[in-house]
Design a protein around this ligand. Structure first.
Ligand SMILES: C[S@@+](CC[C@H](N)C(=O)[O-])C[C@H]1O[C@@H](n2cnc3c(N)ncnc32)[C@H](O)[C@@H]1O
Length: 481
């Protein structure tokens, strides 16, 4: 089977007229051929739908159960993740290929149809292999009648390529540029709208959504004091990140990340370069008065930024308090920061009992919708709802207000979200700044040296299409001395 790749307009020959075992009267039927990579991908879709699993957490167990490694594991991952990312687009195409109401198609068949449609529209898997593989799976799991239905629908999908389906089904770009870009790059309309609002114009929306829809590059953090980015690049075969002095980018297909020696030995962890940049900006921001090396991470789970901040503060003999109310996540923070001068507190950041007016630097990496990291969470864009945004606003505000109580005069608070949604970024910030007119809203841009296209400041919004990072937001607030 040829390896899949994104967005090829070329396709192989038309699907076979008949797929599956011969069903004539003469001769015994041969057993259906079930391809383990597609089977694993389908199981991933089922887990996400039935158990509301996070794809990245469910996948490793599924790959193990199917004994998949190397190229087969990569194929299963690509097919599973790709199908989840593209779900809305695939559903629209499938609905156009089915005469009866698509909503009434049984959910397991929808999973199989999506898996087939994804391969047909967004990979280089030859059409006959894409259709045959899925039809055989359905035959085993649901019988010949369902297999026949799936075969017929997928053959209709295969009549056009992705661009032709977008032309036919998307809202016209001239009338509704946001709806068109959202459809074409498989994003719900409300998320496309949120991106457009944060960009301030629709000109860049197409590029932003396309980058958000692409398979992301894996970023590693070279843990400060443990290994340099150059050494990490050398031992992993990656390349030094363009902006973070601790970052390394891995080429796609670099294999199982956990199997890299540097990761297994705890010298490096997976962390988006944008996350590194916002944590580094807090560590670099100018304080009034000396840095006493007492830092606080108020929303620490699972511990990515705590590991970086803890490593940095340790270099100067300081300490970090890390707060995470969910015990399981607090345990992850303990694991991520072991051997560092980090104390983990499994308490609510709004009422942690930690000292007030005491910390030089405080990070509020607020619970948010995560709309800025959709490319790394394949199922999230179709699971999130607009009402999630308003539900989080109060918590974000209260955590930021708590951080302002903990920071010492002359100290700095970083307000960070992995979402570009204005309600979670400038909206939350404006509510707090209205109540705290004494705060200095620092220009964050000088603390991200070398990073281009950061806008007019003082806050900073990173973007996948501009910076190759998740869409992280950062504001730096200094308490007057
Ligand atoms: C965006 S995540 C933080 C990511 C983390 N800083 C990292 O880099 O790995 C937000 C975290 O805030 C936690 N959280 C939720 N409510 C909280 C609260 N009331 N106080 C403190 N943390 C909270 C969530 O459990 C979640 O782990």
């Amino acid at each position: 089977m040829s390896s899949p790749g994104r967005r090829s307009r070329k396709r192989g020959p038309a699907p076979q007229q008949r797929s599956g075992p011969p069903r004539g009267r003469s001769g015994p039927a041969r057993p259906p051929e079930v391809d383990p990579a597609r089977h694993a991908a389908l199981e991933l879709l089922t887990s996400v739908r039935v158990r509301e699993a996070y794809a990245n957490l469910a996948l490793p167990g599924i790959l193990r159960r199917h004994r998949l490694s190397g190229r087969d594991a990569a194929l299963a991952t690509e097919l599973g993740y790709g199908t989840l990312r593209a779900q809305g687009l695939l559903d629209a195409v499938l609905a156009a290929c089915i005469e009866r109401d698509y909503d009434r198609v049984e959910a397991p068949l929808k999973d199989a149809l999506r898996l087939g449609a994804y391969q047909l529209l967004r990979t280089r898997v030859p059409a006959h292999a894409a259709v045959h593989g899925v039809v055989e799976l359905v035959r085993v799991q649901a019988g010949s009648r369902s297999a026949g239905f799936v075969n017929a629908v997928l053959r209709k999908v295969a009549e056009r390529d992705e661009a032709a389906w977008v032309d036919r089904l998307a809202p016209p770009a001239a009338d509704d540029p946001i709806g068109h870009a959202g459809f074409a790059h498989a994003h719900p309309r409300w998320i496309a709208q949120a991106f457009a609002d944060a960009l301030g114009a629709v000109d860049e929306l197409d590029a932003a959504l396309a980058a958000d829809d692409a398979r992301p590059v894996v970023h590693l953090l070279a843990r400060p004091g443990e290994i340099t980015a150059e050494e990490l690049a050398l031992v992993t075969g990656g390349t030094a990140a363009p902006y973070s002095p601790y970052g390394v980018h891995l080429e796609p297909g670099s294999g199982e990340i956990g199997e890299l020696d540097a990761v297994a030995e705890g010298l490096a962890v997976v962390q988006d370069e944008g996350s590194q940049l916002v944590a580094l900006a807090l560590a670099r921001a100018e304080l009034h008065g000396p840095d006493g090396g007492r830092w606080l991470d108020l929303c620490a789970g699972p511990g990515g930024k705590a590991a970086l901040l803890g490593g940095l503060v340790a270099l100067d003999g300081g300490t970090l308090d890390a707060v995470e109310p969910e015990e399981q996540r607090a345990e992850l923070v303990r694991g991520a920061t072991k051997d560092l001068p980090v104390t983990v507190h499994a308490v609510d950041g709004r009422d942690s009992g930690l000292p007030e007016g005491a910390y030089d630097r405080v990070l509020v990496d607020a619970p948010c919708t995560g709309l800025g990291a959709l490319r790394r969470r394949p199922e999230a864009r179709w699971r999130r709802r607009p009402e999630d945004v308003s539900g989080l606003g109060k918590l974000q505000r209260e955590l930021l207000l708590a951080a302002l109580r903990h920071v010492r005069p002359g100290g700095v608070v970083a307000y960070v979200t992995c979402s570009p949604h204005l309600a979670e970024t400038t909206g939350t910030l404006a509510g707090v700044l209205r109540r705290h007119k004494e705060l200095e809203h620092l220009d964050a841009r000088p603390y991200l040296p070398g990073v281009p296209d950061l806008g007019d400041g003082p806050s900073v919004q990173l973007w996948p299409h501009r910076h190759g990072t998740d869409a992280m937001f950062l504001a730096l607030l200094r308490r007057p001395a």
